[in-house]
Design a binder for this molecule. Sequence first.
Ligand code: FAD
Length: 399
Amino acid sequence: MNAARRIDTYLRELVDEDRFAFYETVAGFAKERVAPRILALERAHELVPADLIQEMGELGLFGLPIAAEYEGQGGGQLELVLMGIALSYWSQSVAITPGAATSLGSKPLMLFGNEAQKRAHLPDLARGRRMFVFGLSEPGRGSDAANPEVVAVREGSGWRLRGEKCWSTNARWASHVVVHALTDSAGRRGHRSSCFIVPMNAPGVSYAEMGGKSVWRMSSTGSIAFADVRVEADALLGQEHEGFKVMATTLNGGRLFVASLAVGSLAFALDRVRSYAEEREQFDGKPIGRFQRVQDVVVDLDIALEESLTWLIHLVKLYDQERLPREQAAKVKIAISARASRLMLDAMEICGGVACLDEFGLMRHHEDLFVTRVGEGSNRALRTQVAQDLLPGIRTLLQ
Ligand SMILES: Cc1cc2nc3c(=O)[nH]c(=O)nc-3n(C[C@H](O)[C@H](O)[C@H](O)COP(=O)(O)OP(=O)(O)OC[C@H]3O[C@@H](n4cnc5c(N)ncnc54)[C@H](O)[C@@H]3O)c2cc1C
């Protein structure tokens, strides 16, 4: 691999000195502490080890977007995205661990929690002593998330929860799950559900790791079941029957984070093929990089990386200024994830058989990029959201 990372050249021009220094710190940590261990951990089917999670906590990665008054780093989405790029260059599994803990875990609480809830949880979340899971998807409800099958039935001053969530990232390490549940079946679409903060050790809550996953191999992905789980009034997050707003608002930032994972994979692929095109010799002992059809792919990757990175950083800055329309977050996730996963196959092809080996690194990114197309809203379902913005007349007909 080339010692110099191409992405650094572009990123240096897009963010200020402090942000670039932060990115370099995380990238250095990833290169020294994460990269040498990935292969052995994945071959042993192990999740991100506790000592790496602890080290990421010590770096402050779990508190990045949390305000200083709650003992966080006081950063914004830009810091999260820089972390996502720096870690996913080596491993999306490692990147999504603090990524989901912050952009999906702490975020709903930061955006919709009351003061008592923030004081109770944010300091521990910031230090990595607690982790929240984003409990939206269910076995029977993925894209149709506004209509949960998990129910919360009123019981005195509180509720009783029944049903099952799945695909819950970080479930293995979670202290709490934010559960999206039906509370008013007669309500209007998008106004039928509420969110509840539920401790993972509450009576009736059970968790199982979802087996057989060949993407994000080191990331924990769990099913969480709720068997008549009692929650009190103080568990309600946001307004009653407005739970979908909590989830949908959180996903806008989450989609920017997912796009950062695809950028990290793209950056790795570019550096990998540049090295290989210069090293690998075929026909008269000359490097394959002299073939124009190989050069085409290297150039396509470079153009895609610079365009994707520039667009993403621009949108993230707007998000941090609260000026980003929600369909823009959907668009950038759709576009970058689809382009990166198409180009990853081209990158693998120009490397030949070696790309099939796990130690070469590209196959892992190929598998992981699939999640960026499906996670936090499947690209095809999200196109509906973008189309409705482009065709407001059609949106009115659908409502
Ligand atoms: C590794 C991983 C981690 C995840 N982590 C989390 C998490 O932490 N928390 C959480 O809540 N969820 C999580 N998810 C779930 C993820 O958000 C869902 O997989 C995603 O929303 C799609 O839902 P689904 O898989 O049920 O697909 P479905 O909704 O069943 O859709 C299947 C396909 O049908 C098509 N389709 C569906 N609806 C439409 C439409 N309206 N227009 C056009 N086409 C459509 C699309 O092609 C879509 O891919 C995770 C998923 C994965 C794979």
